[in-house]
Design a protein around this ligand. Structure first.
Ligand code: SF4
Length: 350
């Protein structure tokens, strides 16, 4: 079956109006700053989690100029707990680029939006469609799933030429009339379909507005789509977290390197081996009055890595501080620091 844009677009637009999500705070605006902020936060994070962060960010940084002018530490601190911290760093850089190179106004086309830090092609498409009704597609993970299934597109998306072909299909299915209303609704509708009905496992085809057009449903194996042969290899790593607490209760924290896990965030000293912790403590000077305790290890799951975290807590620490550019911080200061969520949790339990 050859699908036409009217088949798919009309159904998705109609379905979105009656069954989609229409009451989220970022759907009540066409301000590109707010839409961009929500789109970045929603990458890899659930709507329910984003709601609180979105409100706090807007309260603190009501517009792009306020965000651009903020110290990076303030941005990281407010982002703390959302994970994937490169998003926060790019968010800040993007705000500065919009202010410095675009006069404080977000570009109106997806093509130019995609040149800004942290804005990929799909996010650029979403901002342009939501805010400016540009006739441009998106292809995030949810939408990719819906479209490959509807089209029966079984080419391997690990190959970039196949990915490019799918973008062309996505473009050809866009609405062509009443774009001002249809583009935001269609874009949101595809996202909503992927999130609610066309799920990775057990898609709810009987409720789907595209069921009678859908190749994957006809074939009876929708879970076969999308096809991608290259899979991410997961790695596993152990980190020893040395929590040093001085006699007045302050904790030693230093910044993580600018690249890698938790880049640029504050953290307790990290060692790859238990024996490295001992070597550090032995070299720090004679022990007097301090207590040491090994906390229960816990797992922290990152996109490509499982981190097995082993806390090692030293209280009443009075020896030499680590030579890592860090400083002593009181519990009252933790809130203003960009801390990875597991470290924040660990410090809260001291
Ligand atoms: S019919 Fe099923 S597989 Fe096809 S788009 Fe709808 S939910 Fe997805």
């Amino acid at each position: 079956m050859i699908l036409s844009e009217t088949d798919v677009a009309t159904r998705v637009v109609r379905w979105q109006a009656s069954h989609g999500r229409n009451h989220l705070p970022w759907q009540q605006t066409r301000d590109p700053y707010k839409v961009w902020l929500s789109e970045i936060m929603l990458q890899q994070t659930q709507v329910s989690t984003v709601l609180g962060y979105y409100a706090r960010f807007l309260e603190r940084f009501p517009d792009v100029r306020a965000l651009a002018a903020a110290p990076q530490d303030d941005v990281m601190a407010l982002w703390s707990g959302l994970g994937y911290y490169s998003r926060a760093r790019n968010l800040h850089r993007c705000a500065q680029t919009v202010v410095n190179e675009h006069g404080g106004k977000f570009p109106r086309s997806a093509q130019v939006l995609a040149t800004l830090p942290g804005i990929g092609r799909s996010t650029a498409g979403a901002i342009a469609a939501f805010c400016f009704s540009e006739r441009t597609p998106i292809l995030d993970a949810n939408v990719r799933r819906v479209l490959t299934r509807v089209l029966g597109f079984d080419a391997d998306l690990a190959l970039s030429r196949n990915e490019r072909t799918l973008w062309l299909h996505a473009q050809s299915l866009l609405p062509s009339v009443d774009l001002d209303t249809a583009m935001p609704r269609y874009t949101q509708g595809l996202m909503d379909l992927g999130a609610s009905l066309c799920t990775p496992r057990n898609p709810a085809c009987p409720q789907c507005p595209l069921q009678t057009l859908c190749a994957a449903h006809r074939e009876g194996e929708p879970e076969r789509y999308p096809v991608r042969t290259r899979t991410l290899k997961r790695r596993s790593e152990s980190w020893w977290l040395l929590v040093l607490q001085d006699p007045v209760g302050r904790v030693w924290l230093s910044r993580r390197p600018a690249v890698g896990i938790w880049a640029g965030l504050y953290c307790v000293p990290v060692f790859p081996l238990r024996s490295d912790v001992s070597v550090f403590l032995d070299g720090a000077g004679p022990i007097s009055g301090q207590t040491m305790e090994e906390g229960a290890p816990f797992l922290h799951v990152l996109t490509h890595r499982d981190l097995h975290l082993h806390p090692f807590i030293v209280r009443q620490y009075g020896q030499a501080a680590p030579d890592d550019g860090g400083a002593w911080f009181t519990a009252a200061q933790f809130g203003a620091l960009g801390l990875p969520a597991p470290i924040r949790k660990l410090l809260a339990g001291l």
